[in-house]
Ligand binder design. Structure first.
Ligand SMILES: Cc1ncc(COP(=O)(O)O)c(C=O)c1O
Length: 417
C-alpha cells in the first residue's frame, strides 16, 4: 500500500506531481510520502492494539530527521544501533524512554552516552558486552535495563545477507546457551536489570511461520528463566516484516499479529517491535533523469543520473525494484537501467521491458524508502542526493543535495606536502 500513483501518465506522490519536484530540486532525489509512512505505522499499531506494546521504528531503514519526526509525532519509539542513531532519534523528538539500543559492537563511549541519556533498554548480544555495560553503569551509579538478543536458529526464507536468526549468523546468543547466560548475568552483574528477551530473525520476511517457530522456542526459554527467579517483563520481537517489491504476497500486520499473539499472550509480557522496511520501504521512491540511451550490440542501456551510491540494494542484494517512467511514455524497449558509476554492479534493473525512453525523461525506482538513502555513500565522489517529504499537496526539501564543498569538508592536506 502506498500513495504513489500514475494519473494520465504522470507519477504523483499524494497530491504532488513528482516531475514538478524534480524540476525544483534536480535529480537524483528521494521522495517520501508522509501519508504512507503514517498509515504503515498506524496499521501495526492497530494490529497490536489489544496488547501492551511499543513500536520502536528501526532508524537504520531510513534515518531522515523528517521521517523520524513524523513517526515520533504518532508515538513511535526508536530502535538504534549507534551513537549517531541515538543522536538523530533524540534530536528528531523520540523520548529516551522509548529508545532501545541493539547491535553487536556497541563501544564504551556509545554505551556511556546511551546510559547518560537514559535509553529504555539495551539489547545485548554477548557476555563481554553485558560485562562492559555492567561496568560502565556501575561507574555512573546507574542500573541498566537489558534484554539479551537470542538467536533462535530458524530459517526465515529470505536473502541470506538479511537472515539474522540462524546459528551461523553473528547475531544474538545461541538459544541452547541462552538460559545459562541470562542466569549468570542476573546473578553476577548487579548493575543490570535483566528483564527482557529480544529476537530479530531477518528482514523482508513475507511469511509468519518462522516467527511462530522462533517465539515458541522463546516461550520455553522464558518459562525456564522465570523458574530460575528472573522477572521477564518484555519481549522484543524485532523487525523484519516484508513488503511488496514486485509480486510478493506478504502477511499484513493484522495477519501477522493474529498468528503470533496466541504464542505471546500467555507470557504476560509487554511486546516491543522494531519495524523498519514495513514503515519506510514503499513510502519512498528514487527519482532519476535519463542521461543517455546507449544502444549496444546485444543490449540497450538506459543510463540515469542516479547510481549505486544512491541506492545500493540491487548491487548488494540483487534486489528487485520496479522502475517506471514519471511522465507519459509509450511503446516498449528492453534495456538495462544503469548508473554512471565505474562498476559493472552499478545497475537498478537488468533486461527490463520499459516504455521507450529518451534523454532528459524521468524514471522512478519504486519502493526505495528503506535502506535507500540510509545506505547511500559518496563513492566516485558523488554528492548524496536531496530528500523531499510530500504531505498532501505540498512538498518539503528535508535534506538538501550535498555540495562539492560538502565532499571535502573535514579533510586537510598536511602542510609538509
Ligand atoms: C535488530 C534489528 N531490528 C530491526 C531491524 C529492522 O528490520 P526491518 O527493516 O526488516 O523491519 C533490523 C534490521 O536489520 C535489525 O537488525
Amino acid at each position: 500500500m502506498h500513495y504513489f500513483a500514475i494519473k494520465k501518465g504522470w507519477l504523483w506522490c499524494e497530491g504532488v506531481r513528482t516531475v514538478d519536484i524534480a524540476k525544483k530540486t534536480g535529480t537524483p532525489v528521494y521522495i517520501y510520502s508522509h501519508r504512507t509512512l503514517a498509515e504503515h505505522y498506524l496499521k501495526i499499531d492497530a494490529a497490536f492494539s489489544g496488547t501492551e506494546h511499543l513500536i520502536c521504528y528501526s532508524l537504520k531503514a531510513n534515518s531522515s530527521m523528517a521521517v523520524i519526526n513524523s513517526l515520533a509525532k504518532l508515538g513511535s519509539g526508536a530502535d538504534i544501533v549507534s551513537g549517531g542513531e541515538l543522536f538523530r532519534a533524540l534530536r528528531a523528538g523520540i523520548p529516551a524512554g522509548k529508545i532501545v539500543y541493539a547491535g553487536v559492537g556497541k563501544t564504551s563511549e556509545e554505551i556511556e552516552a546511551a546510559l547518560k541519556k537514559g535509553v529504555s533498554m539495551f539489547n545485548i548480544e554477548s557476555m563481554p558486552e553485558a560485562e562492559r555495560i555492567n561496568s560502565i553503569a556501575g561507574k555512573l551509579c546507574k542500573k541498566a535495563n537489558v534484554a539479551f538478543r537470542v538467536n533462535p536458529d530458524v530459517d526465515p526464507d529470505t536473502h541470506h545477507y538479511i537472515t539474522t536468526g540462524k546459528k551461523e549468523n553473528k547475531f544474538g546468543i545461541n538459544i541452547s546457551l541462552a538460559a545459562g547466560l541470562f542466569i549468570r548475568a542476573h546473578k553476577k552483574l548487579k548493575n543490570l536489570n535483566v528483564t527482557g528477551v529480544h529476537i530479530h530473525i531477518g528482514s523482508q520476511i513475507t511469511k509468519t511461520g518462522a516467527y511462530v517457530e522462533a517465539l515458541k522456542k522463546i516461550a520455553v526459554l522464558i518459562s525456564k528463566l522465570r523458574e530460575s527467579g528472573l522477572i521477564i517483563t518484555s519481549l522484543n520481537i524485532g523487525g523484519g516484516l516484508g513488503i511488496i517489491y514486485s509480486n510478493e504476497k506478504p502477511s499484513t500486520p493484522a495477519e501477522f499479529a493474529e498468528k503470533i499473539l496466541p504464542v505471546i499472550r500467555p507470557l504476560g509480557v509487554r511486546v516491543i517491535m522494531e519495524p523498519g522496511r514495513f514503515i519506510a520501504g514503499n513510502a519512498g521512491i528514487l527519482l532519476a533523469k535519463v542521461t543517455y540511451i546507449k544502444k549496444g550490440e546485444n543490449k540497450n542501456f538506459v543510463i540515469v543520473d542516479a547510481g549505486m551510491n544512491d541506492l545500493i540494494r540491487p548491487s548488494l542484494y540483487d534486489a528487485y525494484h520496479n522502475i517506471i517512467p514519471a511522465q507519459p511514455a509509450s511503446g516498449k524497449m528492453k534495456a538495462d537501467i544503469v548508473g554512471p558509476i565505474c562498476e559493472s554492479g552499478d545497475f537498478f534493473g537488468k533486461n527490463r521491458l520499459v516504455p521507450i525512453l529518451r534523454e532528459g525523461q524521468y524514471l522512478a525506482v519504486m519502493s526505495a524508502g528503506a535502506y535507500g538513502f540510509s545506505m547511500a555513500s559518496n563513492y566516485n565522489s558523488r554528492r548524496k542526493p536531496a530528500e523531499v517529504l510530500v504531505k498532501g499537496n505540498k512538498f518539503f526539501v528535508v535534506r538538501k543535495r550535498e555540495t562539492y564543498e560538502d565532499l571535502t569538508r573535514g579533510e586537510c592536506v598536511p602542510g609538509c606536502l
